[in-house]
Design a binder for this molecule. Structure first.
Ligand code: ADP
Length: 187
């Protein structure tokens, strides 16, 4: 099923001049760019993107705790406390510099883009994924330095998030329908 999803190249990806490599990864897989722009997000946009949704805050905390447990590190904060702390760091980070917003279209685009993006923590992300290939950061390093994990890209988690995030970052008129020259060889 053809879907659309949102990718953000976070400030570290722009500063490290990884824009081309990230875009090529998605284009090479057959995904079509239907919207793209560079933005310096304000607090309102960043706050809506990383909304203080209890389920998401808890899931951020849970993933962080699970990773720590595997390394034998004990975290005293509750999942929701971790989630809130990480959210504050994410808002500061996203508003601190340039971000590339990309709307991608393709068969099962949400799943495929998350697969190509890789796990949250570059240190343990699949080495062939964007986060595994272009990073080595960890939760602990992020927490130690008081900043979010530097994992270069954001990708919408599911269909609900993709719909919400696309409408936050793009107006309808900024999303363009066109035919990719190799489409009949991809599908
Ligand atoms: P994903 O981006 O893989 O969907 P999450 O939604 O769980 O992951 O987290 C959002 C972002 O918050 C991550 O991409 C990462 O940059 C950052 N992050 C998550 N957990 C932590 C943490 N414990 N410490 C620092 N940054 C974190």
């Amino acid at each position: 099923m053809i879907e659309r999803t949102l990718v953000l190249i976070k400030p570290e990806g722009v500063y490290r001049a990884l824009i081309g490599k990230v875009i090529t990864t998605f284009e090479d897989a057959g995904l079509k760019i239907v919207g793209i722009k560079m933005v310096r997000p304000d607090k309102d946009l960043a706050g809506k993107h990383y909304a203080a949704d209890e389920e998401w805050l808890t899931s951020v905390g849970r993933k962080t705790k699970e990773s720590a447990q595997k390394k034998g590190i004990e975290i005293k904060e509750s999942e929701i406390e971790i989630g809130n702390r990480v959210r504050n760091m994410l808002l500061a980070h996203l508003t601190s510099g340039p971000v590339i917003a990309i709307a991608l279209e393709g068969n099962e685009a949400i799943y495929v883009v998350r697969k190509l993006t890789g796990g949250t923590e570059p240190r343990s992300a699949d080495p062939s994924s964007i986060r595994g290939r272009y990073g080595l950061d960890s939760y602990e390093m992020g927490d130690l330095k008081g900043r979010p994990v530097r994992n270069v890209v954001h990708a919408s988690e599911d269909a609900k998030a993709a719909k919400k995030e696309l409408s936050l970052w793009f107006k309808d008129s900024e999303l363009v329908d066109y035919h990719r020259a190799d489409e009949e060889h991809i599908y």
